[in-house]
Design a protein around this ligand. Structure first.
Ligand code: FAD
Length: 490
């Protein structure tokens, strides 16, 4: 039977939009190119090790505290639940000069910072207080009631007049960068670098590039001790969304690559698959990136030339080197699950290989690795343009993974002797398995210099969701993009 709506891609954005639309009775078909659903959030298994391909920092998916995570709002709506394991500290930051725990509670965290810089900790307290004020206003707004068009404003006024009044004094910072807020309160250079790091971990950009509400939300949620890991890894979140989607009649076709979005006289007509099959629908939602949607899936003549040019010229954050390891776990009983290692102070945090993110989720969920083993995912930024599949590829892979090895050896000094499985991924691997333009983390749209576009496109019946639409990158954000688009259509 012909679907009413086709969604291209089963990333978290596509799955959230699809689940809501299916819940409200729409006939939805999701076409996913990969044989595993979830996009950047998919998990894969090798030799009994369950690896996350991307995200591993999650907040507000469980029941212990009230949550405003848009993904949790979708799960509640489709009556699905995820089992989570709360943990604290949320990880360790390893700077060349200091290693310290990152406690969820901001007062406990400030005490750790005070051991390094007492004056900096005092400044940080004021900075956090300012951002928590902002969080306090925004946290009452339930995204499920919002939609991505002109009715947003009357909608907000109708549902959230008291919260909006509380927000008035915040208007100054609601649109500003974290950098601007930081300038008001922080003079300590080390603390400024710490704030840059926290922004980079969240948005891929430093403090001047990150919008204040994004960090306000992260701090607010973290301060409520809402940090947790899903039992079964990221893949469990994807499975839960897929289950909810199918429960309401949604159809998911895996291994189904969409070659083209079919457009006639400015209106969407359906999609053409790589295998030559054509599927008709009046509404198509693309969960592919802005570059893939406008350059690959549409023909140049489908879009107004200046619109197309601006869209595909959106700057992109770089891609990643990945290290997925299975290791022997004996003697590692007190290992923490998350680490961020900054190798060199004199180098920029965003320089390839300098900041390494490490996640060892079998610390929380032992079933992710065979008995007596741990599963590790390390990643660091790496430009896509440096890579091609040539003779030197294998050697270069080894060489470029060394910064991740060095970072891991800070945490597990005898790491290399413990390895039972090693998978090194390059930006080419990332682009291939995540089906993303140049393996990018997402658009580099800096605060105060532009906004992520909404779900609308110039083509009637064509919409977009995911991390190149409002509100931006990250699992909660792309879930929000799915909500906004679904609500618009409903
Ligand atoms: C290494 C890494 C670590 C991260 N860590 C975190 C974290 O800890 N916490 C957090 O909140 N966020 C994190 N993120 C960000 C977060 O994972 C992403 O922002 C989010 O998952 C992107 O979701 P999306 O819906 O935009 O689409 P994607 O995940 O990009 O999914 C798009 C889907 O569309 C499919 N597709 C594309 N083209 C086609 C086509 N032509 N036909 C059919 N299907 C197609 C793809 O195969 C893919 O499944 C991380 C990302 C990475 C890469």
């Amino acid at each position: 039977m012909e679907p009413e709506i086709i969604i291209i891609g089963s990333g978290i954005g596509g799955l959230c939009a699809g689940s809501i639309l299916a819940k409200y009775g729409k006939k939805v078909l999701i076409c996913e190119s990969h044989t595993i659903a979830g996009g950047a959030a998919h998990s894969f298994v090798r030799q009994g090790f369950h690896f996350d391909s991307g995200p591993s920092f999650y907040c507000g998916l469980g029941h212990q505290n009230p949550s405003r995570n848009p993904l949790k709002e979708v799960l509640d709506l489709i009556e699905e639940d995820i089992e989570v394991i709360p943990y604290d500290p949320l990880g360790y930051y390893h700077f060349p000069e200091h290693t310290f725990p990152v406690y969820c509670n901001l007062k406990d965290y400030q005490k750790e910072i005070a051991k390094i810089t007492p004056q900096g900790a005092k400044e940080l307290e004021k900075f956090y207080a300012r951002l928590l004020e902002l969080y306090d206003c925004l946290k009452d707004i339930c995204l499920l009631k919002l939609r991505a068009d002109w009715q947003l404003i009357p909608n907000l006024i109708l549902n959230y007049a008291p919260s909006l009044l509380k927000t008035l004094p915040q208007l100054k910072i609601i649109n500003s960068s974290v950098g601007r807020v930081m300038d008001q309160y922080i003079t300590d250079p080390w603390v400024r670098r710490l704030i840059d790091l926290e922004c980079f971990l969240l948005s891929g950009l430093k403090a001047y590039g990150t919008i204040a509400p994004e960090i306000a939300f992260m701090l607010g949620q973290r301060n409520q001790r809402n940090v947790e890991y899903p039992v079964g890894g990221s893949g469990a979140i994807v499975e839960t969304l897929v289950r909810g989607f199918k429960k309401f009649g949604g159809e998911l076709r895996l291994g189904t690559h969409v070659e083209k979005i079919l457009v006639k006289s400015g209106k969407v007509k359906g999609v053409k698959l790589r295998n030559g099959e054509t599927i008709q629908a009046k509404i198509v939602i693309s969960n592919a990136t802005v570059w893939d949607t406008y350059q690959q899936l549409l023909n140049p003549e489908d879009l107004p030339p200046s619109y197309r040019k601006n869209a595909i010229e959106t700057p992109a954050i770089e891609s990643f080197m990945h290290l997925h390891l299975g290791i022997k776990a004996d003697g590692l009983e007190n290992l923490a699950g998350h680490h961020v290692v900054v190798h060199q102070t004199e180098k920029d945090l965003t320089e390839a290989g300098n900041t390494c993110m490490i996640s060892i989720p079998s610390v929380w969920d032992k079933k992710l690795a065979p008995n007596g083993h741990h599963v590790i995912h390390g990643y660091t930024l790496e430009p896509y343009s440096n890579w091609q599949k040539d003779q030197g590829y294998k050697e270069k892979k080894k060489e470029r993974s060394q910064s991740l090895y060095k970072a891991l050896e800070k945490i597990i000094p005898d790491l290399r002797a413990r390895i039972t499985l090693e998978l090194i991924g390059t930006p080419l691997t990332h682009a291939r398995y995540l089906r993303r333009y140049q393996g990018t983390y997402g658009p580099a749209i800096a605060a105060e210099q532009g906004m992520f576009p909404s779900c609308h496109t110039p083509i009637s019946g064509l919409y977009r969701v995911g991390d190149s639409t409002l509100p931006g990158i990250g699992v909660p954000a792309v879930a929000a993009s799915g909500i906004l688009c679904a609500n618009k259509l409903l």
